[in-house]
Design a protein around this ligand. Sequence first.
Ligand code: VGL
Ligand code: ZN
Length: 201
Amino acid sequence: MRPDTHALLVIDVQNDFCPGGALAVPGGDEIVAGINALMDEFSAVILTQDWHPADHSSFASQHEGLDPYAVTEMPYGPQVLWPDHCVQGSLGSEFDAGLNTTRADLIIRKGFRRAIDSYSAFFENDQTTPTGLEGYLKTRGITHLTLTGLATDFCVNFSAVDAAKLGFKVEVRTDLCRAIDLDGSLAAATDSMTAAGVTLI
Ligand code: VGL
Ligand code: ZN
């Protein structure tokens, strides 16, 4: 058992990111059993849930003439356009049925504002709008985070880098993550996490 200052953060282990889902990450379901087992080592377990309105601006379907995986310019910077996924209340937005959600102390939902996507569990993609997770963790006295989940190169990466910037000691269990890997995004994510001082395991 790790000390009470250590938390396990499980990123977006949801149906739409698992095989058969709208934005399936290859092997996304392979990590579920290992994540459940890892929960036993932690007194604090936090899950994130990608949670978009049906007309979310990160969906290619909202941009005339643009296809999924194209990059567009948003007021806050470049944004990859995705297939519709994790629509609030849909089956695709639910956690993978094998994930142990009973152990979760907190489920933090993100990406619920139509105009801003949110990869990170800490800040939306404008890099300034907070989700509230920093305050929750710091008021609980948590200083160390272990990250697992989907997808390595998007939500796990942005969450890990933000956590390190906020002063948490961060490790990513890459064996309990899976990547989308668009145009070298996994290599870029690995570089940015390493540069931010995140430990990759
Ligand atoms: C994610 C793309 C869009 C993720 C979420 O969980 O990595 N990726 N929304
Ligand atoms: Zn999303």
